[in-house]
Design a binder for this molecule. Structure first.
Ligand code: ME8
Length: 510
């Protein structure tokens, strides 16, 4: 039986149109999912939309629509983004689905039975934009004289009856868990941040609201709807069939990786594990918080008017170059800045030049001078062994790097091999060997094709379409593209299709 791997993105609020920040998390999760599938795992990859709460309700009212009509429309846009980014999610969850009401209410009842929920009253600050409660001590006053949360979101004072989750009772267990499992929160700096926050103590959490209706009703008390984050976090269980323990997909629990942005780490690394402990369910193995993208140095915002639809970028540059850029440009845990010039540079230098040219030069040379088939391998030189060793070790080197979500380092490691391939072709000069030593020329070309096969196979998770085309040209049959086949070289004499460029240079229109 294959080992399982369950990976999730946040479910996105449907209050507005998706931008490259949302596409980023989906793409990164997709790389993980595809990598694990190619590595022989049985993968369940979930994304979806978070459709309740005041923020979404308000956006629907502003749009002059009912919340259901509005969420149907915006959720479909997120689904479309996933498809256009070539994201291979196995499921797409919406929190307005009946199965999700059932799961959220079951989790609630489970917490009631375990004695971790009590009725009280909430009196304090709430930020609709963040859908979060804040303590007075966290607030500041902005230039317009508004009280704001540390995120800059305006807060309002609310007084309402509320159910509470006894989260304070789980602080010590949670601290112990984080300390005993260093890989539970990544990157390491964020783990320390969470531990620092927990050192300050943990208060009970208000988990129901009475001042609006757009939410999952609290079982047995229709005056309340669940706090949107309680219902939202439960999505990770809903999608597997919870509360039915016998549901076939429940075998994927606990999640291997919740991938989130740094803005919502606390919800995933504090609230979610506390809830799971309280419900007697196993905790996810890892929560990773990636950095934040800005656009040409500025925060993405509707009022600045700099929000970019990732579909437009995919139309202009292709989904693969966009995927590559987002994961290559900055280290995954750090913040990144999108600029068109930076994207074009990565595309032209690393994709068109380093990789595209190496493939194009090699394949067209083979087509012209080696009969368009996989050439004969020959005796090995020192230079050949350096390349061959690099290729044979590449998967095992990048696999733990991918497990740490260090995508840019994984790509850099693959690029070291690509650059070595470029140096090798220049040093070996098959165009000279053609005249003086055609046997050696064939061996050199075979080594280059092996290198291209290895790097294209390993790059499939990052650029699935382009690498499929590259592997077609390299004559690698579809059944030989899993990582287990990396060590199986293409037989000599295999016919190769006529080569065609995979990464054309991008030239800005004058
Ligand atoms: O928080 N840079 O949904 P949300 C990088 N519904 N990533 C970004 C980004 C940016 N500028 N902007 C958004 C919610 N993201 C809740 C989640 S989960 C149970 C509920 C990405 O629509 C990033 O993954 O506000 C961030 O965490 C997420 O979108 C927030 O999406």
């Amino acid at each position: 039986m294959k080992p399982t791997f369950y990976i999730t993105t946040p479910i996105f609020y449907v209050n507005g149109a998706p931008h490259i920040g949302h596409a980023y998390t989906m793409i990164a999760a997709d790389v993980m999912a595809r990598f694990k599938r190619l590595d022989g795992y049985d993968v369940f990859f979930l994304t979806g939309t978070d459709e309740h709460g005041q923020k979404v309700e308000k956006a629907a009212i502003d749009a002059g629509k009912t919340p259901q009509q509005f969420t149907d429309e915006v959720s479909a846009v997120f689904r479309d983004i996933a498809a256009r980014m070539n994201v291979s999610n196995d499921a797409f969850i919406r929190t307005t689905e009946p199965r999700h009401y059932k799961a959220s209410q079951a989790l609630w009842e489970n917490l009631i039975e375990a004695g971790h929920i009590y009725l009280g009253g909430y009196e304090g600050w709430y930020a609709i934009r963040d859908e979060a409660f804040y303590d007075e001590s966290e607030l500041t006053t902005n230039a317009q004289g508004q009280r704001v949360a540390p995120t800059g979101a305006p807060v309002e004072f609310v007084t309402e009856p509320s159910y509470f989750f006894r989260m304070s009772a789980f602080r010590d267990r949670l601290v112990d868990h984080i300390e005993a499992n260093p890989e539970f929160i990544g990157p390491a700096a964020r783990r320390n941040e969470v531990l620092g926050f927990l050192k300050g103590g943990l208060t009970d959490l208000s988990i129901s609201r009475t001042s609006f209706r757009w939410g999952v009703p609290v079982p047995g008390d229709n005056a309340h709807v669940m706090y949107v984050w309680l219902d939202a976090l439960t999505n990770y269980l809903t999608a597997l069939g919870y509360p039915d323990d016998e549901a076939p997909d429940m075998r994927f629990w606990p999640a291997d990786l919740h991938l989130v942005g740094k803005d919502i780490l606390r919800f995933h690394a504090v609230i979610w594990p506390s809830l799971l402990m309280a419900a007697g369910l196993p905790l996810p193995k890892r929560v990773y918080a990636h950095g934040w993208w800005t656009i040409e140095g500025e925060k993405m915002s509707k009022s600045i008017g700099n929000v970019i639809d990732p579909r437009e970028l995919a139309d202009t540059f292709g989904a693969d170059p966009l995927r590559f850029f987002l994961l290559r440009e900055t280290s995954f845990g750090s913040d990144g800045d999108y600029s068109r010039a930076a994207l074009v540079r990565r595309l032209n230098v690393e994709l068109a030049n380093d990789l595209g040219n190496l493939a194009q030069r090699t394949l067209s040379f083979v087509a012209k001078n080696a009969g368009g088939v996989m050439p004969k391998r020959g005796p090995t030189t020192e230079a050949d062994s350096v390349i061959a060793t690099m290729c044979s070790e590449l998967h095992d080197i990048i696999s733990p790097i991918i497990d740490r979500q260090d995508f840019s380092i994984a790509l850099e490691t693959i690029w070291v091999a690509i650059r070595a391939g470029n140096a090798y072709i220049d040093q070996q000069a098959p165009w000279t060997l053609r005249k003086i030593d055609p046997v050696r020329m064939e061996a050199v070309l075979a080594n280059l094709l092996d290198l291209l096969r290895v790097v294209s196979t390993l790059l499939q998770p990052f650029m699935p379409d382009s690498m499929a085309r590259m592997l077609d040209q390299l004559g690698v049959p579809p059944g030989q593209r899993e990582f287990a086949a990396l060590a199986t070289p293409l037989p000599e004499g295999t016919a190769l299709p006529p080569p065609e460029g995979v990464f054309p240079r991008f030239v800005e229109a004058a």
